[in-house]
Design a binder for this molecule. Structure first.
Ligand code: NAI
Length: 249
């Protein structure tokens, strides 16, 4: 029987207290990986880590890492480093939206989204790849979005970050390949989480009409693709994007 064994791996998933990030952390834990759970709120991160440790019998710990703040990212990562010496797997999942039509979008709306989705990803990846380079093994998975490919009304800021993550993925993949570090992206379509729960019902129904599989995605649909990319079955895949969108694009 084939199985995925990540039991000697340490994984960091950003924004893993809920939604897609939490599901990714659970899938990695199910495969035996130790996981660092991060989010803005320390006690929430610790609570989720406790639940994961109990359920999957792996090492899990929570730490506050605010992806909009370089100092917070560095402080949190130094805690992870002092515990583990570094990580083998980094999943850049944390992301926010600040949807507005372009003509109403302020510089602040633009900068806030860039800061979390893109600059935060740059900062944590720069730190996390150090141990991977030393170990000559690593996995980086960036969570992009279908709108990084299609664009979307009201999401000039958000979709720009999600397209940029594709350039980030492909360039970094080329730079790190010689050290056996793969860098890939997963681009989810419409996934049922807190992020999409706030959308008006009529808008959701119009999205649904364009999904050939006839349903919205679940966080686990995305987590499965991330787990595959972190596994040995994806050893020869780098600079790639897996679309998880029910066929909508
Ligand atoms: P969510 O809103 O449920 O979760 C986002 C996660 O990011 C949360 O854990 C939140 O605490 C964290 N986060 C937000 N700002 C943060 C900050 N400053 N510092 C640290 N953590 C922060 O959203 P969801 O849907 O789980 O999104 C996860 C990723 O998937 C995001 O990058 C999102 O852009 C992407 N995505 C989601 C889709 C969807 O339909 N839900 C579609 C395509 C991509």
């Amino acid at each position: 029987m084939l199985y995925i064994d990540l039991s000697n791996k340490k994984a960091l998933v950003t924004g893993s207290t809920r939604g897609i990030g939490r599901s990714v952390a659970e899938f990695l834990a199910k495969a035996g990986a130790s996981v660092a759970i991060t989010g803005r709120d320390n006690s929430r991160a610790e609570e989720v880590a406790r639940e994961i440790a109990q359920t999957y019998r792996v090492e899990a710990f929570g730490v506050a890492m605010d992806m909009s703040n370089e100092t917070s990212i560095k402080e949190a990562y130094s805690q992870i480093e002092s515990r583990w010496g570094g990580v083998d797997i980094l999943v850049n999942n944390a992301g926010i939206t600040k949807d507005k039509l372009f003509l109403r979008m302020s510089l602040q709306d633009w900068e806030e989204v860039i800061k979390v989705n893109l600059t935060g990803t740059f900062v944590i990846t720069s730190l996390a790849v150090k141990a991977m380079l030393k170990n000559r093994w690593g996995r980086v998975v960036n969570i992009s979005s279908v709108v990084g490919f299609t664009g979307n009304v009201g999401q000039v800021n958000y979709s720009s970050t999600k397209s940029a993550l594709i350039g980030f993925t492909k360039s970094l993949a080329k730079e790190l390949a010689s050290r056996n570090i793969t860098v890939n992206a997963v681009a989810p379509g419409f996934i049922e989480t807190d992020m999409t729960s706030v959308l008006p019902e009529d808008l959701k129904q119009s999205y649904l009409k364009n999904i050939p599989l006839g349903r919205f995605g679940k966080p686990e649909d995305v987590a499965g693709a991330v787990l595959f990319l972190c596994s040995d079955y994806a050893n020869y895949i780098t600079g790639e994007v897996i679309h998880v969108n029910g066929g909508m694009y």
